[in-house]
Ligand binder design. Structure first.
Ligand code: ADP
Length: 397
């Protein structure tokens, strides 16, 4: 059951040029459906905050139209937009009890007293706060505080990295809590983060932004399995996608001294051209555990990362690194230090993720196998995927 009034948000050609002439957001079309949880993700400086602040009304929209529900709110003041911002620090009044804080939120919206009490009880119950109504914010846990702070009756929530100040463990808990809350309240939410893991776990859909341009708006699954371009491919997924220049012809792909036969029906099989080949670390397996049809590769890991369930083998291959702007921009934002690792080695570094029970040591040759059914290929010039038709078909299925 939906406890709150909901409404979609629609951006039509929304752009932003700052007074100093800086073009922070290119004309963007984006629709956040009624009740949807959409995450906006991208590297620092790509324009996420600018976009969010324009939706909130804290920053002037210099081009296009913004709709909330069926209202054009492009030029409306923030207080008239019926949306709530949730920032890193939740704005609760410390001298008021939870009940008073909740009432205050509802009072702002001119609810009468009887309705208010009823509404507070209702809302407190939904959020599991009913036994805490007489406590002050200082006596609540971080999670409980967040729940209180989220109680307004806005048409939409706008969240600007609300979890970024929390330690890693609490962040995971709060992520789950947020997802649960959204399931219950089904309030339209636009959530901004630079953390692709957070984006993938929270978003029903994720919009990837780079330098003010929308790259792809899709489900987490589709972003991972069908990235539209090299930037999205390199940005989404951890460890990040392995990339290398390759030649496709005659149903084979050649790179770094390797030659792999492409399975029939593979997205690459029909191509006759040079590509940037993309391989997810998880599409490797230890040779002993892999399907017989998968081609084998002998590799010598320079680094072995044992994570328990899985082990990452990091090995150089006999090809130069792919260093396009898109790849560099995406790599900058990854927390893993593969880039710094073996920085002197100009060869491309691949990561293969294999079963953690397999024995692997740095410097010792090991045979891995590769699932060639899920290779990715990109145009070396434009960076666009060469499997777009297949991706679109899969997304529509
Ligand atoms: P993000 O939230 O993705 O880190 P921002 O939206 O904060 O990015 O900034 C996007 C770009 O706009 C950055 O290059 C930033 O320097 C620039 N910018 C932000 N605010 C202003 C401003 N008031 N005037 C000029 N440029 C700005």
């Amino acid at each position: 059951p939906r406890g709150f009034v909901v409404a979609g948000i629609r951006l039509e050609g929304v752009g932003k040029t700052y007074p100093n002439g800086y073009r922070a957001i290119e004309s963007i079309d984006l629709e956040i459906a009624d009740g949807e949880f959409l995450v906006l993700v991208g590297p620092s400086g790509c324009g996420k905050s600018t976009l969010l602040r324009m939706v909130a009304g804290l920053e002037e929209i210099t081009g296009g139209t913004l709709w909330i529900g069926d209202r054009d709110v492009t030029d409306l003041a923030p207080r008239n937009r019926d949306i709530a911002m949730v920032f890193q620090n939740y704005a609760l009044y410390p001298h008021m009890t939870v009940r008073e804080n909740l009432e205050f939120a509802l009072k702002l919206r001119k609810t009468d007293k009887q309705q208010r009490a009823k509404r507070v009880d209702e809302v407190a119950k939904i959020l599991g706060l009913d036994v805490m109504l007489d406590r002050k914010p200082g006596q609540l846990s971080g999670g409980q505080r967040q729940r209180v702070a989220m109680v307004r009756e806005p048409k939409a929530f706008l969240m600007d990295e609300p979890l970024s100040n929390l330690d890693a463990k609490l962040r995971v808990t709060m992520r789950a809590e947020l997802a649960r809350l959204h399931e219950r309240l089904a309030t339209t939410t636009l959530y901004v983060t630079h953390d692709q893991v957070e984006a993938m776990t929270l978003g029903q859909r994720v919009a990837v932004l780079r330098d003010g341009y929308l790259q792809q708006v899709d489900t987490p699954q589709n972003l991972f399995h069908h990235p539209a371009n090299l930037f999205v491919a390199a940005f989404i997924g951890s460890p990040s996608m392995n990339l290398v220049e390759a030649q496709v012809s005659g149903g084979r792909v050649r790179f770094a001294g390797q030659e792999l036969v492409l399975p029939e029906g593979s997205a690459l099989a029909g191509l006759e051209r040079s590509v940037i080949l993309g391989i997810r670390p998880s599409d490797f397996a230890h040779a002993d555990a892999a399907h017989a049809s998968w081609p084998r590769m002998q590799v010598v890991p320079a680094v072995v990362e044992e994570l328990g369930a899985e082990t990452n083998l990091i090995f150089p291959i006999d090809a130069p690194r792919v260093q396009t702007d898109a790849v560099k921009a995406a790599a900058d934002t990854h927390d893993d230090d593969e880039g710094a690792l073996l920085a002197d080695d100009q060869r491309a570094l691949f990561t293969a993720r294999i079963d953690g029970r397999r024995d692997a040591r740095p410097g010792q040759p090991i045979e891995v196998a590769l699932d060639v059914n899920h290779l990715h290929a990109f145009d070396p010039e434009s960076g666009e995927t060469l499997a777009r038709e297949r991706a679109t078909a899969a997304a529509g299925a």
